[in-house]
Design a protein around this ligand. Sequence first.
Ligand SMILES: O=C(O)CCC(=O)C(=O)O
Length: 364
Amino acid sequence: MAPSLADGNALFEFVVLKGNGVKGLVDSGLTKVPENYIQPPEERINKSTAASNQQLAIDFSELNGPNRDNVAAAIARAAETLGFFQIVNHGLPLELLEALKDAAHKFFGQPPENKAVYLKGKSPFVKYGTSFAPDKEKALEWKDYVSMIYTNDSDALEFWPNDCKEVALEYLRTSTHLVKSILEVLLEHLRVRLDESKLEALIGLQTINMNFYPICPDPDLTVGVGRHSDLGTLTLLLQDGIGGLSVKTEENLEGRDEEEWLEIPPIPGALVINIGDTLQVLSNGRYKSAEHRVRTTSTQSRVSVPHFTMPRPSEKIGPLPELVERDGTAHYREYMFGEYLANYFGNAHEGKKSLEFAETKSHF
Ligand SMILES: O=C(O)CCC(=O)C(=O)O
């Protein structure tokens, strides 16, 4: 039974510890946002203030044709400025994208007890949960998720949830190919060559997540995901048609004199790509890991399916030596990626604060 909304501890136990998630709370018939979810005013997302990003989706198929140089330049430019771009004609079948969204709805539509078997700590291959760091957050995020950690195909088929495993694995297989091509373009632009094994090592740890944002009685008070950057190398994201994802531009970007939030509008059939902290570090700050956040909606639940690629925990990460030599200084120190992971998951979302872990004194 759903707890009294006025009892914060009971609500936390119901949503987080027992695995009912925000979905369980919404299904219990709530009509107002409980205190645990009310964001401080500075974190709330006012719909009217986000401008729509006019950047067009990049036609990825042109990377293999006569227009390659222009497409590669557009990818590099987006990575150097906003840290976000969208691609179409990427080669992932549209039926697969539809099947992924359906699988996400199916997984979260199950009774709570079926999802709770995957609660954090129960399996090394799957983590089901809600919000990002519920123990550490001032206000919870209005989101449930399931994270499928990839080791190999047979573990995925044995341990990932039945409703999602086949499509999620197919998504991982096909999108890894895309991620590698994007990484190659970005390295080429920096005039750095990495052998195949080093490239593999930079994306040696991969997860497919499914996010579920239930309808919210008052989106102005809550966040679906708070301001954060991703920790890894590149993220490839499938979003449905509801919208709500926005990215923060930096000051001085393309003539702006102050930072601004730009919507990343849903484009049918497109995939969103964003730069993670690791690529910002590797590129010695040239590529921008993008700060982003998600607004909730009051009309329909939203799903998104990110494919996170990152180095293995035992990988040593730091700015690429060619770039340090060229720039004359390293803006980030070297560390084991496992240390970065522990620091990232040990803190609540707070914009790009995660990168402070890697910054040196010469950081701009
Ligand atoms: O749902 C989205 O559009 C973005 C999700 C996200 O930022 C995340 O899962 O880290």
